[in-house]
Design a protein around this ligand. Structure first.
Ligand code: SF4
Length: 185
């Protein structure tokens, strides 16, 4: 049977493949343009996301919106998802077993969207999608070809809220991503 957004969302919302289903308010499936050229992948929902069921709506999400606005990428033109679809308690890092249990949803989302660029938001997503030893402070903004798409990583907006000195690097990276997006359009 071929996959569909309806099947995927319904499986995700009823998923009990890891313990996080016991503490979630909502499964945070993903949101945006299902035909997007650019797919953002963060690590996991936070408190606001768990409450609303929508990824990147808290303070970190608002900061991400500012970068999208600054480089002229409409939020509604991209798709935004996370490695984990349910919130880890107290926003702790995802456990490897939780990532393993949840990755199939993201793989299927990628197959349905067929993006040209995947942008990892933060080190956790980069370590999962690019390389386990990925060093975000050294490698952010560098392109890697993986199969049919290009992949790169930038700092997670939550980190920028804690360490605003890195905001300028983030803007440079986001401009590069916009340029690449325009080139492959
Ligand atoms: S985090 Fe993923 S694997 Fe775990 S219960 Fe939620 S949807 Fe299922």
């Amino acid at each position: 049977m071929s996959d569909s957004w309806e099947i995927l969302r319904s499986e995700c919302e009823s998923c009990k493949a890891c313990e996080l289903h016991t503490t979630r308010t909502n499964c945070v499936f993903g949101t945006g343009n299902i035909n997007a050229d650019l797919l953002f992948v963060g690590e996991a929902p936070g408190d606001n996301e768990d409450k609303t069921g929508i990824p990147f709506v808290g303070r970190a999400g608002q900061l991400l919106d500012q970068y999208l606005y600054a480089v002229d990428i409409p939020r509604e033109s991209v798709y935004i998802a996370n490695i984990l679809k349910c919130r880890p308690p107290k926003n702790r890092d995802p456990l490897p077993a939780e990532e393993d249990a949840c990755m199939d949803f993201l793989r299927r989302q990628v197959k349905l969207i067929r993006p040209k660029i995947i942008l990892c938001l933060g080190r956790i997503a980069a370590m999962r999608l690019i390389r386990p030893d990925y060093k975000i402070t050294k490698e952010h903004g560098e392109w890697v070809q993986k199969g049919n798409f290009l992949i790169t990583a930038v700092y997670h907006p939550a980190l920028l809220l804690r360490d605003p000195r890195r905001k300028e690097e983030m803007l440079v990276d986001m401009k590069k991503i916009k340029e690449k997006l325009d080139q492959i359009d």
